[in-house]
Design a protein around this ligand. Structure first.
Ligand code: IPD
Length: 250
């Protein structure tokens, strides 16, 4: 099966499990510096991992919950079973399943399934970005809407205090709890810029490709292309806005 077809099918299958369990009370497995981990996160990751490795048993696999499968291969799947776990825990439907595939450390496909809308966002390197079977469209907004993301309240408050451009037509919001969906919103122009501290590759690997396929950029707080490892990034299609916010950060 084509890798992109597999990624879509698996993301949708995982999404059905996520939806099925949504109205239950969610047992917590752990709370650590990366946030909360629910039993359902582990179940969904296992479902994704077994479905992908059944098809490609030698591929490397990196998931948020169980880490790396210690397989050496030039293809590596990068998976966040539920991006927005904290929302899910509070029965807030802003969450998604995120699956990316990297070849020689470069992400070549990304799929995000959003259970709430039933939409599948996906992209392949140099082939554009899509929602279900339609091209995804970037529509710039006159209002510069900026989302201040971050794992800790301390960082979000610092961002709201220090990184704000106090001008008409700029509008701010604290993070909504799913980096992947927030970046998909940036790709569509619903959000002008998203910035976050406390991020991991599995949260954003798929979404970043969707954004860059629509002409967007993902930068570290140093203004360089995001290296996939640092815990902070800015994402936007609007170069001027990136420059303005970077000037505040530096
Ligand atoms: C989290 C979300 C959140 C971001 C955190 C991530 P998770 O992912 O994407 O928006 O601020 O840094 O860890 O834990 O729900 O997969």
């Amino acid at each position: 099966m084509e890798k992109i077809q597999l990624a879509k099918q698996v993301a949708q299958k995982a999404g059905r499990l996520v939806t099925e369990k949504f109205n239950e009370l969610h047992p917590v497995k752990a709370i650590d510096e990366n946030g909360i981990h629910l039993e359902i996160d582990f179940q969904v990751e296992e479902l994704i991992k077994s479905s992908i490795l059944e098809e490609f048993p030698n591929h490397a696999f990196l998931g948020e919950e169980n880490g790396h499968n210690h397989q050496q291969h030039n293809y590596q799947w990068i998976v966040d079973p539920i991006d927005g776990t904290s929302n899910y825990y509070f029965h807030n439907p802003y969450h998604c399943v995120s699956i990316a595939l990297a070849e020689d450390n470069e992400v070549i496909l990304g799929v995000i399934y959003e259970p709430y809308s039933g939409k599948t966002y996906w992209a392949e390197k140099d082939k554009g970005a899509y929602v279900d079977e339609k091209p995804l469209i970037y529509q710039p907004d006159k209002i510069k809407k900026i989302v201040m993301g971050g794992r800790t309240n301390e960082f979000r408050l610092k961002a709201m205090k220090e990184f704000v451009i106090a001008q008409k037509n700029y509008y701010y919001k604290m993070e909504m709890g799913s980096a992947a969906l927030e970046i998909v919103n940036v790709a569509q122009g619903y959000v002008g810029l998203y910035l976050v501290k406390g991020i991991h590759l599995w949260d954003v690997a798929a979404a970043n490709l969707i954004l860059t396929e629509l002409g967007g950029q993902v930068l570290g707080f140093d203004g360089q292309p995001w290296d996939g490892q640092s815990d902070s990034l800015l994402a936007s299609v609007d170069e001027k806005l990136l420059e303005e916010v970077l000037a505040k950060i530096k």
